[in-house]
Write a new protein. Structure first.
Length: 363
């Protein structure tokens, strides 16, 4: 049985995070082959991994443009979240980020809490749609920390699938954590307990994959390499070491977080805000299903963060945007041009962007 001592920090500083993942070797599959296998139901997405490539110079430039445009907002939002977490109770704050999108946000929150004089630790664990959170990792955490101190962290919500997955598995398998909140920067789906808002803006760490998330791959749950007592797996992205921006990003972003802490008020994200966001999300998904003729909600990726992930690692068919102008979607337009993805402008779109996954094979 794996425990906390088996964790590692990836390319982050050791004090920033402990990944509770099992590094494995897994043969890569072609992204089109992977997509067809997922859609046909032959394989679950967590069983396969496509090779990540270094981002192009133009795309890295788009990342830094988005960072420059939004660093102040992210800094203020992280500061406001940290103030809210610091005010919950006097115990340690045990941040459990959901790898990978939650990891950079978890690093920033951990540093911010320490700057506020609070004791905080940060673990990053795997959660997989339809497979649940890594129970081996969570039980290792609960063996060392009080359940009342745990806070789950993600970057954002899209349709709310991961939030729903977390709620299901906690209710069923980790009842001592039913009160543990989910904390995100932007809660489009209205499923988070603590959020800085629900606006669809570009979170810089959403723009890149492993090179901004500690050089770890998307998490893996494949019985060939993961046994009953193992953490969920990952592949270490050593081939991308020269392109890694993980520490560079959090160090730069932390300047804005520290500036924000001086005057930041704790976030307030109540039932009324969540209900409104959830209604917008549900109406949007239903409208997009009708517009595209799809029946599978999983192939709609609403919001900048989800659309970016889709263009980076799936086989997209179309990208809908509210407008072609503005720095928040510059990187998406760059990706669409690189991959030959058709872009459609819809000024009535509820969010800034939405990607649609292409139908492949016998799906």
């Amino acid at each position: 049985m794996m425990g906390l001592a088996d964790g590692f920090s990836g390319s982050y500083e050791q004090a920033d995070v402990t990944f509770l993942l099992k590094p494995v070797e897994l043969a890569y599959v072609d992204v089109t082959e992977k997509e067809a296998a997922i859609q046909s139901g032959r394989r679950h997405y967590s069983e396969m991994l496509a090779r990540e490539s270094a981002p192009s110079p133009d795309y890295v430039a788009a990342f830094w443009e988005a960072f420059a445009a939004n660093r102040g907002r992210v800094g203020r939002d992280v500061a406001r979240l940290a103030k809210a977490l610091a005010g919950r109770h006097e115990g340690a704050v045990v941040l459990v980020s959901l790898a990978r999108a939650g990891t950079p946000v978890g690093v920033l929150l951990k540093r911010a809490l320490v700057a506020l004089g609070r004791k905080a630790v940060h673990y990053s664990v795997s959660i997989i749609r339809d497979r649940g959170i890594d129970l081996v990792a969570m039980r290792a955490i609960l063996a060392q920390h009080d359940a009342a101190d745990v806070v789950f962290v993600d970057g954002w919500t899209g349709k709310g699938a991961i939030g729903a997955e977390l709620a299901r598995v906690v209710s069923r398998d980790l009842p001592e954590l039913v009160a543990a909140p989910l904390c995100v920067l932007s809660d489009l789906a209205g499923v988070a307990d603590i959020a800085a808002g629900d606006e669809d803006y570009v979170i810089p760490s959403a723009i890149l994959n492993g090179v901004v998330s500690g050089l770890v791959s998307r998490t893996i749950l494949n019985a060939r390499v993961i046994g009953p007592g193992d953490f969920h797996g990952c592949v270490m992205l050593d081939h991308l070491e020269s392109a890694d921006l993980s520490r560079i990003y959090v160090d730069a972003q932390m300047e804005d977080v520290l500036s924000g802490l001086e005057h930041a008020a704790p976030v307030t994200w109540g039932k009324a805000e969540r209900t409104k966001a959830a209604a917008i999300s549900s109406a949007f998904v239903n409208a997009m299903l009708a517009k595209t003729g799809l029946s599978d909600r999983n192939r709609l990726k609403p919001g900048i963060g989800e659309a970016t992930r889709a263009l980076l690692r799936r086989v997209p068919d179309r990208l809908f945007v509210r407008a072609r102008g503005g720095g928040d979607i510059g990187h998406l337009l760059s990706l669409a041009a690189e991959r030959g993805v058709m872009v459609e402008v819809d000024p009535d779109l509820a969010y800034n962007a939405c990607a649609v996954i292409k139908t492949l094979g016998d799906a």
